[in-house]
Design a protein around this ligand. Structure first.
Ligand SMILES: Nc1ncnc2c1ncn2[C@@H]1O[C@H](COP(=O)(O)OP(=O)(O)OP(=O)(O)O)[C@@H](O)[C@H]1O
Ligand SMILES: [Mg+2]
Length: 401
């Protein structure tokens, strides 16, 4: 079965931001099967295309299931986990050799796909993630286009308080879904930066090697910088357009960083890198480039920096950004990403929770929500599948699969 190419250049994205949504198709994982995946030996879950509430006590495997769903898209998943930590550890301490997650993913307007992922050893014996699409090996890019997924986890509650790296990663993840080349450019940039630092440390006399690496860093770096700026602009337009009706506070995003201007221009960045060789060698770090940028967020109504907002306000700002991103992607691709919202009800009062449920339903893609207390999700009792986990098996109630 074929499917349309869903990626769109930023030109389309700028046009999409802020305009009314197209009807949009529904994206959903209607079957998830896990093998040797964290706390799951072998389990399968069937759900419908709408909302899924995963509830139950601490440690029963809610986040593990969300992580498995997140791995239907390339990358390290919602825990950012190393592959080696995923295979199931039995109670006697023995670890499974491998893990797999397989799923039936449906896109209402286009059809249904069987997606499988797991890990395999590469030539050096290192684990590497692999994908299958309808039984045949597939590359990550193909799967990424099929399964856009967005998540919010409790670890992200500290987004505004932690260092800039976490915020850069957050922004880059939003960009990856719209500009597939952003991931490749980021990887090339990081590799060239590490090689350059190594050569500087080794005291290389081969300036041409350093020149070539700095050229790569400058080219990829300015493209990374441009894509981030474009994304920030589109998100701001979307956030602003939704301001009047949104239940969550309007955020204004900006990119900051001491070398932001330098990274905007390939030639300027190449020159700056060349000029800072000695300083970089002595300090063991690269002083200029897009890896020094920071994402700043302002709570528009409060006229305050997100760092100074209350815990609940920070959570609301984060939800607001994620929802704006989901709408943007729906306008761009005709489908909203699947949403994985771990412990989402924490810090939200009843009114905000109800507003969130309404917003999620309006997006028309599947959302997975977790919480320890089922009653927090009571407003969804008529339109969500309620799933709990007992001894590693799923028990479903509510709207039937
Ligand atoms: N590789 C693994 N093998 C076996 N068990 C694992 C592995 N990794 C994590 N676990 C265990 O899985 C269990 C369930 O974890 P999970 O984070 O999914 O719980 P949860 O239901 O989300 O709990 P909470 O409500 O506290 O967030 C934990 O006890 C954890 O130690
Ligand atoms: Mg959890």
């Amino acid at each position: 079965m074929g499917y349309s190419t869903l990626s769109s250049p930023f030109a389309d994205l700028s046009e999409a931001a802020g305009i009314a949504a197209a009807p949009g198709c529904t994206l959903a994982a209607t079957r998830i099967a896990l093998q040797g995946f964290r706390s799951y030996a072998e389990s399968e879950l069937h759900v419908h295309a709408g909302l899924v509430v995963l509830y139950g006590g601490n440690g029963i495997g809610k986040t593990n299931l969300l992580e498995a769903v997140s791995l239907l898209s390339p990358g390290r998943g919602l825990r950012g986990a190393k592959l080696a930590s995923i295979p199931r550890r039995a109670t006697n301490g023995e670890q499974a050799a491998n893990w797999t997650v397989s799923a039936t993913v449906s896109r209402s307007a286009e059809g249904e796909w069987q997606i499988g992922t797991g890990c395999m050893a590469n030539g050096n014996g290192q684990p590497r993630r692999v994908f299958h699409l309808n039984g045949a090996p597939a590359d990550a890019g193909e799967v990424a286009e099929l399964t856009p997924i967005l998540w919010l986890t409790p670890a992200m509650d500290r987004l505004f308080l932690e260092g800039a790296q976490m915020r850069r990663r957050f922004l880059d993840r939003l960009v990856f879904a719209l500009v597939p080349s952003h991931a490749r450019k980021s990887a090339r940039y990081e590799r060239a930066m590490a090689d350059r630092l190594r050569l500087l440390r080794e005291g290389t006399r081969r300036g041409s090697w350093l020149d070539a690496l700095e050229k790569t860093m400058a080219e990829e770096g300015s493209a990374i910088n441009a894509a981030r700026h474009e994304m920030v602009e589109c998100l701001n337009t979307e956030l602003n357009a939704r301001r009047a009706e949104a239940a969550f506070p309007c955020a204004r995003l900006s990119l900051a960083g001491e070398t932001g201007d330098i990274a905007a221009d390939t030639a300027v960045l190449a020159k700056a890198l060349n000029a800072s060789r000695e300083r970089d060698r002595d300090s063991g770090r690269t002083h200029c480039g897009p890896h020094t940028a920071d994402l700043e967020v302002e709570h528009v109504a409060n006229r305050s920096d997100a760092r100074e907002c209350s815990t609940g306000e920070q959570k609301a700002l984060l939800i607001s950004i994620v929802l704006a991103d989901a709408w943007l992607k729906r306008k761009c691709h005709g489908v909203a990403p699947m949403l994985l919202l771990d412990e989402i009800a924490a810090h939200l009062d009843a009114q905000r929770r109800a507003a969130l449920f309404d917003e999620i339903a309006a997006l028309n893609s599947q959302a997975w929500l977790t919480g320890t207390d089922r009653h927090l999700f009571e407003p969804l009792s008529q339109n969500a599948a309620f799933v709990t986990i007992e001894s590693g098996s799923f028990i479903t109630a509510g709207v039937s699969a």
